[in-house]
Design a protein around this ligand. Structure first.
Ligand code: HEC
Length: 398
């Protein structure tokens, strides 16, 4: 959700300037995500909801920085709230990434939308296009796209260029968040797309307002306002162009964040079709690893994993890789070998299996260290990691 079109951001800034006179008093400062395709909607709903709740709003133009290529972290947003903004409009939440680990407070959702697969209306054009699926880099679209079998990926930097890849015939389909299609149609009204739902645990997202920890009272009023706007039809009217078309139904597939390593019968991991069977009955000793590996693994983690799993391993769009949420301290349900095998086959999700064996082993050393395992002088090899039947259980750091 972070890499949406920068060109659009320009258009949105222009719109905000036009609106400025009507919002002369400062009031509640509302930030939106730079370049998000839903910004126009986020501002419209914010204006109405906060007015209903009895607040004046002003829109902050550059409250949230562009971030780097990896988007904006929850920590940065937390910093922004209170300093430059009182509220972030257009915060995306889903069952796989709900931000509940952070200190932010969230309103009820005002738009439930989803990732969709878009192709051209005209079937002949679609058939002649190469079997390429376009997705926006480091967005949930990429995760959905990598779950599809036997397709070639075209990773684009913005949601707009992702839709463009279909429009200009470079890709047969694109996976995009539906509001990006709405925004694209706004700029290219002649373009017709066939929209179908993308069935994935990562497809279903709602937009909410995010508040800092001291804004509980304001949040309550805004939630009440949203409820009344929903009851009297105002919310539906404001969001009708952005909601999924009636014939595109979100199919909620359950995210399989945990069952990936459950012992007992093999469990299917999300839509990826990987089967992992784990036998934790024959626990052995901790695999040894050395400090140099931890350091190297940390560097690799920062460049290849942090954008999804979080700079501090606490999870962003992907699950946390440290602490009890990842590796329960008691009743461990995964082994080090199973995690290693899973990781070397499926991770990094944007380049599954593409790293060197020893690099994976070094990352494993870093993950073990981060979960409280002690360092030794023996180097961990991929073979040893793969064969380890030791249950992975987070320990108090030593
Ligand atoms: C593009 C995003 C992305 C990147 C990059 C990425 N991952 Fe993941 N990772 C995911 C998602 C999403 C899941 C959950 C998949 C599922 O359960 O279907 C996941 C799951 C995992 C899991 C299992 C966690 C659990 O509790 O089930 C491990 C371990 C893991 N990743 C390690 C890594 C490592 C190590 C790297 C870097 C080498 C990495 N990942 C890079 C998205 C990513």
């Amino acid at each position: 959700m972070k890499n949406h079109s920068k060109q659009l951001a320009g258009a949105v800034v222009a719109a905000a300037v036009v609106l400025a006179p009507a919002l002369a008093q400062a009031g509640v400062r509302v930030c939106t995500f730079p370049g998000s395709p839903s910004t126009a909607l986020d501002q419209t709903v914010a204006r109405e909801a906060f007015k209903t709740a009895g607040f004046d709003v002003s829109f902050v133009r550059e409250g949230i920085g562009e971030g780097d290529d990896d988007g904006v972290s929850l920590k940065e947003l937390h910093k922004v709230l209170g300093k430059d903004c009182d509220v972030i409009a257009g915060f995306p939440r889903s069952s796989v990434a709900d931000g509940s680990d952070s200190k932010l407070l969230f309103s009820a959702g005002y738009l439930r939308s989803g990732y969709v697969s878009v192709g051209l209306r005209d079937g002949t054009a679609r058939a002649s296009a190469p079997d390429v699926v376009a997705a926006t880099y480091a967005s949930p679209a990429q995760l959905i796209a990598v779950q599809q079998r036997d397709v070639e990926l075209d990773l684009e930097n913005t949601a707009e260029s992702t839709v463009d890849a279909v429009a200009n015939g470079h890709a047969r389909r694109a996976i995009v968040w539906y509001p990006a299609v709405v925004a694209y149609r706004g700029k290219h009204p002649q373009q017709q797309f066939a929209v179908t739902p993308a069935s994935s645990a990562y497809a279903d997202w709602s937009l909410v307002f995010a508040f800092g920890p001291n804004s509980a009272a304001m949040l309550k009023r805004v939630d009440r306002a949203l409820a009344s706007m929903s009851a009297d039809g105002r919310l539906a009217a404001l969001t009708k162009d952005w909601a999924l078309p009636a014939d595109v139904k979100l199919t909620r597939t359950k995210p399989a964040l945990k069952p990936a390593y459950l012992d007992g019968p093999a469990v299917r991991v999300a839509d990826a079709g990987h089967f992992i069977k784990v036998d934790v009955s024959a626990a052995t000793d901790d695999p040894a690893f050395n400090q140099a590996q931890v350091a190297h693994g940390k560097t690799l983690y920062a460049s290849s994993c942090a954008k999804c799993h979080g700079p501090d391993l606490n999870g962003i769009t992907a699950p946390a890789l440290r602490g009890p949420a990842f590796a329960p301290t008691t009743k461990a349900h995964l082994t080090i070998g199973a995690v290693f095998n899973y990781m070397t086959t499926n991770m990094p999700a944007d380049r599954p299996g593409k790293m060197r064996d020893q690099d994976y082993a070094d990352i494993m050393a870093f993950l073990l260290r981060s979960n409280g395992y002690g360092v030794s002088t023996t180097k961990l090899t991929a073979d040893v990691a793969r064969a380890s039947t030791t249950p992975l259980a987070a320990r108090p750091a030593q």
